[in-house]
Design a protein around this ligand. Sequence first.
Ligand code: IMP
Ligand code: MG
Length: 192
Amino acid sequence: MTISTTSYTKDMDVDITKVLISREKIAKRVEELAAEISADLSNTKTDGELVLVPILTGSIIFVADLIRHLPHKIRIEVATVESYKGQTKKAKQAQIIGSLPRDVEGKRVLIVDDILDSGETIRLIRSELKKRNPMSINACVLLRKEIPSAMNTPCEYIGFDIPDVFVVGYGLDYQSYYRNLPDVCTIKVDET
Ligand code: IMP
Ligand code: MG
């Protein structure tokens, strides 16, 4: 039985405005992304273990689905990044909490995150991991906002480009809630 977003909305007292990307569309795209990643891995001549670095907490559902379509010998090493919003909505600073995986030297690293917004998170993780001499570093996000900061951030694998709206579900949260919604939805957020 599938749970409809409307029943979720009622139960959770959420002000979900609409389903932006349905669970079916997500599932299809995740499979395609995994196929792209897999093909790129198989096409490189050099061997090197694949280390996935999912960014907590937003990427948990995405990475769980993605890895089940990656038939390779992979390691998963999570990283936690917190973004601190400044006075203005756009001023954000990302900070790594705890340690990053150390054993990435000579390995093929794939950073996995839920959404590319200011680009701070991906830029920071990429530059920190680079210091540990991996064979390669690529990044994969489910969503990318169609705004200059996101579009100008290098990222090799992108699930969907979306307008500059606040979204929840499929791992993405609003004040730590709604990560469990199966679809990516828009929500009324309190901007005050
Ligand atoms: P960036 O560092 O600004 O690119 O932000 C990436 C992080 O901000 C993501 O991993 C999310 O946790 C969070 N974020 C950005 N936009 C949204 C959104 O629309 N909904 C929920 N979280 C978001
Ligand atoms: Mg996040």
